[in-house]
Design a protein around this ligand. Structure first.
Ligand code: HEC
Length: 323
């Protein structure tokens, strides 16, 4: 039960925040009227009432925002602020500002509420004072200070709400960043799997039988090259731009190629002439995990630090130096 109520106030955060915000918009108007009204006291009372409701609403808004942030994993469990790990995390950066503005607003609201309460108290004291003093005190309205604080309260929440709106609906910047990330992911079909290397059997075989390759983990290896590069490969020349070679491997079994597949190696000449490497080992046997830093799965791509060793032998787009 409590879980579902909490869930509700959490997910309804974007709707609920309008309640205290609306009250804080109304507050300076009630306060301003208290300066001019024939009977200022009821307006002071109304201002106190509005500020009190707004303050209580704001506490609920803070809590609901916190739970919502945790629910959608923007705020770490048990934490209060999102962690900004990189400059690209526009949403997290915005949420930090949003939270600061919200808390500043609540503190200003509390000060405003205390000041209003003191004005009411003064009114009560003035009730027992001489009639002239009573009029003077009553004529002051709620006072300039609480009015000023109510406007600051509204300003910080206005800013907070603007950021909230951007986080929920997006603006040009966040939408562009999201679209760019989406497009980059879609353009990079090999983000999760080396599709072309896995399809090595569609390439031209570089040699007929597997040979044991000391340079590549001592697995049995066969080389496959794109049609666009096979002639150059056979002539010992660098692969042309766009061409790539795959070295498929199987594990050794008593001095012969075994049945267990080993890692895939790929080397590609990019359009700008640079060389790019990839290494894919979907199931690393326990005994070989020292080679993958203890991982049971490895998919590394240039410019990964882990492929630095490849460039030691493959210094040019041409054949690697025999070691
Ligand atoms: C110790 C030197 C050495 C290292 C390190 C090395 N290679 Fe190689 N590589 C070679 C040699 C030599 C060949 C030629 C075939 C053979 O002898 O196995 C080759 C062939 C290849 C081929 C197929 C043919 C070609 O010329 O492209 C690929 C693909 C390849 N290596 C990728 C890699 C990747 C990826 C890495 C790093 C994970 C790597 N190699 C690390 C020496 C090395």
């Amino acid at each position: 039960m409590t879980g579902s109520v909490l869930d509700l106030i959490a997910t309804e955060h974007p709707a609920f925040v309008h309640v205290p915000l609306g009250l804080v918009i109304a507050l300076p108007f009630a306060m301003a009227i208290s300066f001019k009204a024939k009977h200022p006291h009821p307006w002071k009372l109304a201002s106190f009432f509005l500020a009190g409701l707004a303050f209580m609403g704001s506490v609920v808004a803070l809590i609901s925002g916190l739970f919502w942030g945790r629910q959608i994993s923007l705020i770490p469990p048990g934490g209060y602020f999102p962690i900004v790990a990189s400059e690209k995390q526009v949403l997290q950066k915005m949420l930090q500002l949003h939270e600061v503005a919200a808390v500043v607003g609540v503190v200003l609201g509390l000060l405003c509420l205390i000041m209003l309460w003191r004005t009411l108290k003064q009114d009560e004291d003035a009730h027992h004072a001489a009639p002239t003093l009573r009029r003077r005190l009553a004529d002051r309205g709620v006072g300039i200070a609480p009015l000023f604080f109510s406007l600051l309260w509204l300003a910080s929440w206005g800013f907070c709400g603007k950021l909230g709106g951007i986080m929920v609906f997006g603006n040009e910047e966040t939408n562009k960043a999201a679209a760019a990330a989406d497009q980059a992911k879609r353009n990079d079909v090999e983000a999760d799997l080396p599709i072309r290397a896995l399809d090595y059997a569609s390439l031209e075989p570089g040699q007929a039988t597997p040979t044991r390759s000391k340079a590549h983990g001592n697995h049995w290896a066969r080389i496959w090259v794109t049609a666009s590069g096979i002639d150059d490969y056979k002539a010992g020349k660098p692969l042309p731009a766009g061409a790539y070679a795959v070295l498929s491997t199987v594990e050794d079994s008593r001095g012969k190629p075994g049945q267990e597949p080993g890692p895939l190696y790929m080397r590609e000449t990019l359009a700008d002439g640079r060389v790019s490497f990839a290494f894919y080992w979907p199931r690393v046997p326990e005994s070989s995990r020292t080679q993958t830093g203890g991982e049971d799965f490895a998919y590394w791509r240039s410019p990964s630090e882990k492929l630095k060793a490849c460039a030691v032998c493959h210094t040019t787009a041409g054949p690697a130096a025999k070691q």
